[in-house]
Design a protein around this ligand. Structure first.
Ligand code: GDP
Ligand code: IMO
Ligand code: MG
Length: 445
C-alpha cells in the first residue's frame, strides 16, 4: 500500500494540516518527519479549531497511529502541553508514538535562537525562536540530546554537560553585546538568559519529561515498516515548505531541515520505494512569514484583501503573513523538487471578489533577461521582477461549493491554468477552513 507524502510547495502555511486530516481517512498512520514546533497546523472540525505544532494532523482520527519521526526536533515541554490540551478536549492520544532517535530542543537552543536573531538585527531571518536551528546544529555536531536519553539519568546529565560546555561562553558574549546594543538604543528586546542554563535543573526537568513520555517512545521506523508491509497506507506529513528548505529554499532565509518529499525517507526511516504518491499543497495565492525574498509580494489593497479575508496571521507566532500573487515559477520549481504527483489547492475562496487574478509566469532579471526557471543564484532572485498573466476573477463567494460544477467558470479556469502550467493535476480545492469545505476535481482535469 502506498506511502503518501504531503508537502508544502510555497513558504509554509498552505493548509497542510487540513489536507492531512482529510487524506488521513483511509490511512493507518500519519507521520511527521522533519521540523519541530516552528510548525503550526490548523484543522477545523465542526466549527472547532485545533492547532498542532508537533502532534501530527491525523490525531483527530483516534484509530490511527500518529508518529513523531526521528527527523523531527522535539521540545518535550511543548509536546506535553499539546497532549494535555488534547486530553482536556476529550481526544485520545493513545496511538501517539515518538521516535527514540528524535533530537530534543533544549532550553539553551531557544536562548541561542533568540540571541542569534537579535545579534543579526536588521539582517535577522525572522525565525520562530523555537530553537529549531540550534537543535539541528547540535544534531549535526553530534552534540544533540535524543528522546531516548531522557530515560537514562547518567547519560542525560553527561550529554547536557557536554552540549553546554561551548554554549555558556557564546551566550555570555551575546548577553554582553545585547547590553551594549540596548544602551545604544538599537534594540529593545531582552535575551532571557536565566537559570535555564543550569545543568542540574535542566537534567531534572528533562528526566521528568522522559518519565511522562516513556510509554510513547518507540522505534517508529519499525512501526512505519510494519504498517507499509501490512499493506496499509502511511501518510508522511511535511511541515514548512519547499522554499524554506535548507538546501533548495531561499537560503539563508529558510528553516534548518528539509521539508521536501525526499526527506520523508530519512526523517521517518523508510526507503524511496515505499513512497508512491506526493501531494503538494498550494495556497491559491502566496504568503510568507519572516524575512527573505518574495517576488510577487503585494503592498496594495489586493494584498490587504488576502491578509484580511484569509486571516493571514502566523499560527505559531501570531505575526502577520506577507501576502502576494501566486508565483508559478516558484510552484513549478517546488513541483519538480518534490516529484509531485498531484496538488491540492487551498483558500481559493479568499480570492472571491477580486476582478482580476494575476499569476507570475516568468521573472525578468535586473539586466532584462527572461527567467523561466526559479533562479539558483540568490542575488538574481532578490532582484527578479515577476511578469504576470491576467486571468478573470470571480465575484461570487464559493465557500458553499462542493463540486466542480458549483464553481464559477472563471474559478475553474484559474485552477486549470495553474494545473496546465505546472504539469500536474489539482485533485482538490479548499473553499473554506472547515473539514468539509472541499471540492474534489475529476481526474480528467
Ligand atoms: P499549515 O501550516 O500548512 O497546516 O497551514 P496553517 O494551518 O498554518 O494555515 C492555514 C490556514 O488556512 C488555517 O487557518 C486553516 O484553517 C485555513 N484554511 C485551510 N484551508 C482553507 C481553505 O480552503 N479556505 C480558507 N478560507 N481557509 C483555509
Ligand atoms: P508550517 O508547517 C511558515 C519560517 C520562519 C522563518 C524561517 C526560519 O506551519 O507551514 P525557524 O524557526 O524554522 O528557524 O524559522 O522559517 N517558518 C515558517 N513559516 N510556516 C511554517 O511552518 C514555518 N516554520 C518556519 O517564519 O522565516
Ligand atoms: Mg502553519
Amino acid at each position: 500500500m502506498p506511502g503518501t507524502v504531503i508537502v508544502g510547495t510555497q513558504w509554509g502555511d498552505e493548509g497542510k494540516g487540513k489536507i492531512t486530516d482529510l487524506l488521513a481517512r483511509d490511512a493507518s498512520a500519519i507521520v511527521r518527519f522533519q521540523g519541530g514546533n516552528n510548525a503550526g497546523h490548523t484543522i477545523v472540525r465542526d466549527g472547532e479549531e485545533f492547532k498542532f505544532h508537533l502532534i501530527p494532523s491525523g490525531i483527530l482520527h483516534e484509530d490511527k497511529y500518529c508518529v513523531i519521526g526521528n527527523g523531527v526536533v522535539v521540545d518535550p515541554r511543548v509536546l506535553l502541553e499539546e497532549i494535555d490540551g488534547l486530553k482536556r478536549a476529550g481526544i485520545s492520544v493513545s496511538n501517539l508514538r515518538v521516535s527514540s532517535n528524535a533530537h530534543l530542543i533544549m532550553p539553551y537552543h531557544i536562548l541561542l535562537d533568540t540571541a542569534g536573531e537579535i545579534k543579526l538585527g536588521k539582517l535577522s531571518i525572522g525565525t520562530t525562536r523555537r530553537g529549531i536551528g540550534p537543535a539541528y546544529a547540535d544534531k549535526a555536531l553530534r552534540l544533540g540530546v535524543r528522546v531516548q536519553d531522557m530515560l537514562d539519568e547518567k547519560i542525560l546529565r553527561k550529554k547536557i554537560m557536554t552540549a553546554l560546555e561551548d554554549k555558556q561562553h557564546v551566550l555570555r558574549e551575546l548577553s554582553v553585546r545585547r547590553r551594549k546594543l540596548h544602551k545604544e538604543a538599537e534594540i529593545d528586546e531582552e535575551i532571557p538568559i536565566d537559570d535555564r542554563l543550569d545543568l542540574h535543573s535542566i537534567t531534572e526537568e528533562y528526566l521528568s519529561y522522559g518519565h511522562r513520555l516513556e510509554p510513547l517512545i518507540t522505534d517508529t521506523a519499525l512501526l512505519c515498516w510494519n504498517e507499509l508491509d501490512a499493506g496499509n497506507k502511511v501518510i508522511f506529513e511535511g511541515a514548512q515548505a519547499a522554499l524554506l528548505d535548507l538546501d533548495h529554499g531561499t537560503y539563508p532565509f529558510v528553516t534548518s531541515s528539509n521539508p521536501i518529499a525526499g526527506a520523508a525517507c530519512t526523517g521517518a526511516g523508510v526507503g524511496p520505494t515505499d513512497i508512491q504518491e506526493v501531494v503538494g499543497i498550494v495556497k491559491a495565492y502566496t504568503t510568507r512569514v519572516g524575512a527573505g525574498p518574495f517576488p510577487t509580494e503585494l503592498f496594495d489593497d489586493v494584498g490587504k484583501h488576502m491578509s484580511a479575508k484569509g486571516h493571514e496571521f502566523g499560527t505559531t507566532t501570531g505575526r502577520p503573513r506577507r501576502c502576494g500573487w501566486l508565483d508559478l515559477v516558484a510552484l513549478k520549481y517546488a513541483v519538480r523538487l518534490n516529484g509531485t504527483s498531484s496538488l491540492a489547492m487551498t483558500k481559493l475562496d479568499v480570492l472571491a471578489g477580486l476582478d482580476t487574478l494575476k499569476v507570475a509566469v516568468r521573472y525578468r532579471s535586473r539586466e532584462g533577461a527572461v527567467l523561466n526557471e526559479f533562479p539558483y543564484h540568490q542575488s538574481i532572485l532578490h532582484n527578479a521582477t515577476p511578469e504576470y498573466v491576467d486571468l478573470p476573477g470571480f465575484g461570487d463567494e464559493i465557500t458553499h461549493c462542493r463540486s466542480e460544477e458549483d464553481l464559477p467558470p472563471t474559478a475553474r479556469d484559474y485552477v486549470t491554468f495553474i494545473s496546465d502550467f505546472v504539469g500536474v493535476p489539482i485533485q482538490l480545492i479548499g473553499v473554506g477552513p472547515g473539514r468539509e469545505q472541499v471540492v474534489w476535481i475529476d481526474a480528467r482535469t
